[in-house]
Design a protein around this ligand. Structure first.
Ligand SMILES: C[S@@+](CC[C@H](N)C(=O)[O-])C[C@H]1O[C@@H](n2cnc3c(N)ncnc32)[C@H](O)[C@@H]1O
Length: 311
């Protein structure tokens, strides 16, 4: 059998992960361990996977000591993904070196050491991967939240992608935030020191509206011609960041973003693609095909994914 990879579905999105796997004829599902799907075939960057377990292996064991010995031989720090026999898994976890991952601050450092993952299929069968895509247990980053200042919890999506990618707007950079009300994203961008043009048909929250580097425009985002930055009151040739959290059909959003890409006037994009009802895999494939870009379901995404392109 070719190499095995475990894909841990984002919470509540196992069906999407299965559908995404089915898009690739070279991937074959071998096992499902709750939300962890074990697949043979080449590794893929699947957007509905919250943590990808590279080179996942299974091993029979008789005792807690034996299981811990197997894991220690492969890596130092381990996190259990609870499938079955969670208590037995905890006893194994307690026999392994201790680690602590605390809630992060925005743009704070990521954990310095890799975190490996294991689960129990039954009381004597261990599945494990020493090398996982996320440095957080089961792919879940947690933040020290600001419960006072941002007007919506949507700000956590930008905190997550900027912190994970270690890229964020710098002071003085030009940002356009489409579909910005009530203003969580605009609040993040403005707090980075960027100059933000915030576009929505609805109002911004007063505390965001009064930030000195925020310029609010009550407009339909689809009425803006990407070539015409002056219509947004922007004198520069290029926008450093185009962000969009607009609620609209994915296909319509794709056309909008394509027109911005073709204008050649945007350096970086962070775009939420939202679904009502069925997940639109056909449009996701079009976004994915844009060279150099990435699709991911962030921990703070709901039934939506984040498309990003960084220069
Ligand atoms: C999920 S909310 C955005 C939340 C925002 N990012 C935040 O952090 O607070 C989606 C927004 O898209 C806006 N929207 C929908 N269609 C739009 C359009 N054609 N032009 C501008 N804004 C639009 C809605 O008015 C709504 O405020």
């Amino acid at each position: 059998m070719s190499q095995l990879t475990g894909y841990l579905a984002a919470k509540d999105f196992i069906a999407e992960l299965r559908q995404e796997i089915a898009l690739y004829p070279d991937l074959v599902i071998q096992r499902e361990l709750n939300d962890l799907i074990v697949v043979s075939g080449p590794i893929k960057d699947l957007c509905w996977s919250q943590n990808t377990w590279i080179d996942i292996q299974s091993r029979a064991f008789q005792s807690i000591t034996e299981a811990a010995k197997i894991l220690k031989a492969h890596s130092k720090f381990w996190a259990q993904y609870g499938v079955a026999h969670f208590r037995r898994g905890e006893l194994i976890q307690n026999s392994l070196p201790k680690w602590k991952i605390t809630a992060r601050s925005f743009l704070g450092e990521l954990p310095k050491y890799p975190l490996s993952s294991f689960c129990l299929e039954d009381s004597n069968t261990l599945w494990f991967s020493a090398c996982c895509s996320s440095p957080f247990p089961n792919g879940q980053i947690q933040f020290i939240e600001d419960k006072t200042n941002p007007p919506s919890r949507a700000y956590l999506k930008l905190w997550e992608i900027f912190t994970l990618s270690k890229k964020a707007p710098k002071a003085g950079e030009i940002c356009v935030d489409l579909g910005s009300s009530p203003g969580g994203w605009t609040w993040v961008l403005a707090n980075c020191g960027a100059i933000v043009t915030s576009v929505d048909k609805a109002e911004l929250a007063p505390q965001v509206l009064k930030m000195k580097n925020v310029h609010a425009m009550k407009k339909d985002a689809f009425s803006i011609r990407p070539g015409d930055l002056s219509a947004l009151g922007i004198r520069a040739e290029k926008i450093d960041w185009l962000c969009s959290d607009i609620i609209c059909y994915p296909a319509k959003l794709y056309e909008l973003i394509l027109s911005w890409i073709e204008s050649g006037r945007v350096k970086n994009f962070v775009i939420t693609i939202k679904f009502q009802g069925e997940t639109d895999f056909a449009t996701l494939a079009k976004f994915r095909a844009i060279s150099g870009s990435r699709l991911q379901h962030l921990c703070h995404n709901k039934h939506e994914v984040t498309w990003s392109y960084f220069t």
